[in-house]
Design a protein around this ligand. Structure first.
Ligand code: ADP
Length: 596
């Protein structure tokens, strides 16, 4: 790892800890209590032996009092036993938290994705970030649980080291220097070893890719014809062999380079052990301490260098995990795409106005809407027509503030829509988009978007012509849509799905209703029926209709004809149909042929 990268990892550590711990802390405070307890138990475990064994040895050598001996042994055995039981009990409890916490964080990701500004759902960077956050919070980092474990392990290691250093300092402080030198020397050999391993690994990934190509891709039958007809088999086998030789050579290179490091590592360990025994032994001979303390020094020194090694691994692991989990923090703090206002909408009888609105989708230059001017009076029913790609749906997306105009402004009740509270603004619209989605919930829940017994939906079902469909179902409105959750879920036809989506829009009872070609899956007669009824249903609400079938435009007060991002014609059906050479007149004539 380069210095720069390490630096960056450290910078990620604190934001990750802050976000993960505050999120998990609110939901699962007891997890932290249990983790702390487990850490204390784990720290205590080795100390029972280190502290009590010397007492037993010294007692055996000196006074040999049976009662005292029994009590020491009892402390040793019972102490270790209690700690082991406690530790395994805590492990069971903590395992349950692991599952729960992982699910909870996955849910947070889902909730955040649903509340992101819509345009980010089509933004490559935001989508990438979501993917990175998702993978970053799984086994790469172990999630909040895995990171918390590493942090508690770190704290535990620090506590353990403090205890061991204290014990050694009390009797043989010089030993600390020996251990320190040993750790530094080991650091060098390990770093060298890691360097060689990384070099070999980097080379191996190239070799492996080729190996994969020769080994797997060419056995794919699709290559069969060319291999046979051009006699490529021999060439392939030779390449494969060459590649295998390279791979073996690389392993050999790594083994040769790593071997001296491994040897040095063992040598340092031997020296460290030798010096520890020699020095502690000398202190026993000089009667500085007892044989009991001698064993204590030996085991404390061993435990100390193991713990120091553990601490180094622990820090590396923590930084690595935080590096991955940081993607989650980035996603959760992903900047908003749209500025949000605070104004509320009190007057529900408002006018909507597009003033010189132009729009290009983020990351593109093409003006999909170009200088659109239109005013929709309260209660007006506007029909929007035009060829595919004319910008009709985009117009609706801007109206619903899924995107903001690149130029110009949209006003509601005389105020720029950016000034309104976003939720409040969203509550004004009940759209049925072309690509509307139903959820794998009950039919009634799909309409009301809350848990519902469907009792208050009878009239709506009738109005939207869903009656026949619902009556056929054994569970009626309680039937689940799709078979995701239940075997007996229903797969409604395209037309039935649209009716459910329309019922959902009507149930929302918002001041503005939008139908974006929702009837594409219906036959012309059924569509005619829906539009006719819809006008009655929508009543004096403001309504926008996009349709390819101009027969439905007759019901609207005004028609706006979109062409290449501009409103080319505007008026009522009679005005437009009689316009010489008009786009609408031509479209109407072309369609009328089919119905005559
Ligand atoms: P209509 O509803 O009239 O068929 P749209 O408003 O859906 O037309 O599309 C207008 C233009 O904008 C089309 O050229 C379409 O390809 C483009 N467009 C639509 N959605 C996106 C998007 N998310 N990103 C980029 N371009 C888009």
């Amino acid at each position: 790892m380069s210095k720069d990268k390490k630096h960056k990892s450290i910078h990620k550590l604190f934001p990750v800890i802050k976000v993960l711990f505050s999120t998990a802390g609110k939901k699962y405070p007891w997890f932290f209590v249990f983790e702390a307890l487990k850490t204390l138990v784990q720290v205590a475990q080795p100390f029972v032996g280190i502290l009590v064994t010397p007492l037993i040895i010294d007692e055996l050598i000196t006074t040999r009092n049976v009662k005292t001996l029994i009590s020491y042994v009892a402390i040793l055995v019972v102490g270790e036993f209690v700690l082991i039981i406690f530790s395994s009990r805590l492990d069971t409890v903590l395992n349950k938290y692991q599952e729960r916490m992982n699910n909870y964080f996955t849910m947070q990701l889902g909730l955040h994705s649903m509340s992101l500004d819509f345009q980010l759902t089509e933004d490559k960077d935001a989508l990438d970030q979501l993917e990175k956050a998702r993978t970053g919070m799984t086994w790469y980092s172990g999630g909040a649980y895995g990171i918390a474990e590493q942090i508690f392990m770190f704290l535990g290691n620090v506590l353990k080291i403090t205890g061991l250093v204290t014990i050694i300092t009390m009797h043989a402080p010089l030993l600390l220097i020996v251990i320190l030198v040993y750790i530094v020397l080991n650091g060098f050999t390990t770093a060298k070893r890691n360097k060689y391993e990384l070099q070999a690994y980097n080379r191996l990934s190239g070799i492996n890719r080729l190996f994969g190509y020769f080994g797997w891709r060419i056995v794919d039958f699709r290559y069969g014809k060319d291999i046979r007809l051009y006699g490529a088999r021999e060439m392939m086998v030779n390449r494969w062999k060459k590649n295998t030789d390279e791979s073996i050579a690389n392993w050999k290179w790594q083994a040769d380079k790593v071997y001296p490091c491994a040897l040095l590592f063992e040598l340092f360990f031997l020296l460290r052990t030798l010096i520890t025994y020699f020095y502690s032994g000398l202190l026993v001979i000089r009667r500085v301490f007892s044989i009991g303390i001698f064993t204590q020094m030996i085991s404390a020194a061993g435990a100390l260098d193991a713990t120091l090694g553990g601490l180094v691994w622990n820090i590396q692991e923590l930084l690595k995990r935080c590096n991955y989990a940081y993607e989650y923090v980035l996603f959760m703090e992903y900047p908003e795409a749209l500025p949000k206002g605070k104004e509320m909408i009190d007057n529900k009888d408002y006018k909507i106005e597009f003033r010189n609105v132009s729009f290009a989708y983020p990351g593109t230059d093409k003006k999909v809407l170009d200088g659109v001017n239109i005013t929709i009076e309260p209660g007006e029913h506007l029909s929007i027509v035009g060829l595919n790609g004319a910008g009709k749906t985009t117009f609706i997306k801007l109206l619903c503030r899924l995107y903001d105009p690149t130029e110009g402004e949209i006003l509601l009740d005389g105020r720029n829509i950016k000034e309104y509270d976003y939720k409040e603004y969203m509550a004004q619209f009940a759209p049925v988009f072309q690509d509307f989605k139903l959820f794998g919930f009950k039919i009634s829940e799909n309409i009301t978007i809350k848990e519902n017994d469907g009792k208050d939906l009878k009239d709506l079902v009738k109005l939207t012509n869903l009656e026949e469909f619902v009556e056929k179902l054994e569970k009626g409105l309680d039937t689940r849509i799709f078979k995701i959750f239940e075997e007996d879920g229903v797969e409604p036809s395209g037309g039935e799905q649209q009716k459910i989506a329309i019922a959902r829009a009507l149930y929302k009872n918002a001041p503005v209703v939008i139908l974006d070609e929702p009837t594409a899956a219906l036959d012309p007669m059924a569509e005619y029926e829906i539009y006719r009824q819809f006008h009655t249903l929508v009543g004096d609400k403001t309504a926008f209709y996009i349709s390819h079938r101009l027969s439905s435009c007759r019901f609207c007060d005004r028609i706006a004809v979109f062409s290449e991002g501009k409103i080319e014609e505007y008026g009522n059906h009679n005005e437009l149909v009689n316009k010489p050479n008009g786009i609408y007149a031509k479209m109407f004539e072309a369609q009328a042929q089919y119905y005559r």
